[in-house]
Design a protein around this ligand. Sequence first.
Ligand SMILES: *Cc1c(COP(=O)(O)O)cnc(C)c1O
Length: 223
Amino acid sequence: MNTQNTTIKNFSYIINSIENSCSKAHRNPKHVNLVAVTKNIQPELIIPLLQHGHTSFGENRVQEAQKKWIPLKKQFPDTSLHLIGPLQSNKAKQALELFDFIHTLDRPSLVHALAKAQRQLKKNIPILIQINTGQEPQKAGVNPKEFPELLELALQNKLNIQGVMCIPPLHDQPEEHFLLCTRIAAQFQLPILSFGMSSDFNSAIASGATLVRVGSAIFGARA
Ligand SMILES: *Cc1c(COP(=O)(O)O)cnc(C)c1O
């Protein structure tokens, strides 16, 4: 368990580490957004980071995010909240109400649910397509071969598709998965590349990530 002080210390360490990786990769650190992942983390540990001025946060479940972030966003209106976990179609509207980015579009039924929610709420946010780069049957994400078709359907339905996201298989070298994502994004001229977590954000930056999602390295091991 972290205390508030260690959270800020860890955060500063990660920022430094991102800057070092950018410098090694000859990249501008302004082009790598750090999303602090707060799933299972209580507001007491999140508030110091908000007060420190950080604005990008990620949650993986709609219900947990609503409970914590409806009040926190009132207090810190500049917050940009990212949904990084799987989204059920029947929660599309709630997700669109609360979040500022969705990283996990991965199937046609969710395209239609999000399109309907966008019309109802008259709200349009950037959405990323999650790619199952390892083609793992139990994992969310579109199969790389089905990516072009899903992208086309999403664009036809007026979703604001801005990039791709992946979570590499646990026991693989992550780089080949990052690079596959990077190639697909380049092919379709999508600017946002969401990959890299606590254990591999440095190599993610070397592979082109524009957004890394870091949880435990900032907040400590989750309960
Ligand atoms: C939990 C989670 C993260 C952060 O993982 P850490 O290893 O704690 O940095 C990143 N991305 C997704 C999709 C997650 O669910």
